[in-house]
Design a protein around this ligand. Structure first.
Ligand SMILES: [Zn+2]
Length: 155
């Protein structure tokens, strides 16, 4: 018989796959084997899962000021609710809640935002002008200043 905690992690893996989280991440978060995960992906999405390389950091998801603002908003939201704790239940619940408020966001970008803020690969910086928190990285023109101020429409 399947233990309750096992059942819970199966359900969680299904939800993460439905959300579109890359399988190697689902595997590391739920400890479920690749073969099962790949089959479920095919059952849920009707196509085979991607074998492509994972992005190295959250910065791969930031292509312009708008994506910088969106990913920063998620990173700050998750940080406020859960600090630097990264677990699949919180990630999924926070991502679903965030999308209800702010619109669609790739869950992989959400995962990397939390992971990289936690690992200090990027910094969550505070804007003195609009008081938002944003993902700061000096290496890109999209992340070297507050994206919310930068995307604000000037009347
Ligand atoms: Zn600002």
């Amino acid at each position: 018989m399947v233990a309750l905690c096992e059942l819970e992690s199966l359900r969680l893996a299904h939800d993460l796959i439905r959300a579109g989280l890359r399988l190697s991440i689902v595997r590391s978060l739920t400890k479920i084997g690749t073969r099962s995960l790949r089959q479920w992906w095919k059952d849920i999405h009707g196509v085979r899962p991607s074998n492509g390389k994972l992005p190295e950091t959250v910065l791969s998801f930031i292509k312009d000021k708008d994506s910088a603002a969106m990913v920063s908003a998620f990173g700050a939201f998750h940080n406020r609710l859960h600090g630097t704790t990264l677990n699949p239940e919180n990630l999924l619940a926070t991502w679903q809640e965030f999308q209800r408020i702010c619109g669609p966001l790739d869950i992989n970008a959400a995962y990397f935002a939390v992971r990289d803020i936690r690992a200090r690969i990027v910094m969550l910086s505070h804007c003195d002008v609009c008081h938002a928190d944003f993902i700061y990285d000096a290496g890109s023109k999209h992340t070297d200043q507050c994206p919310f101020c930068a995307t604000k429409v000037v009347a």
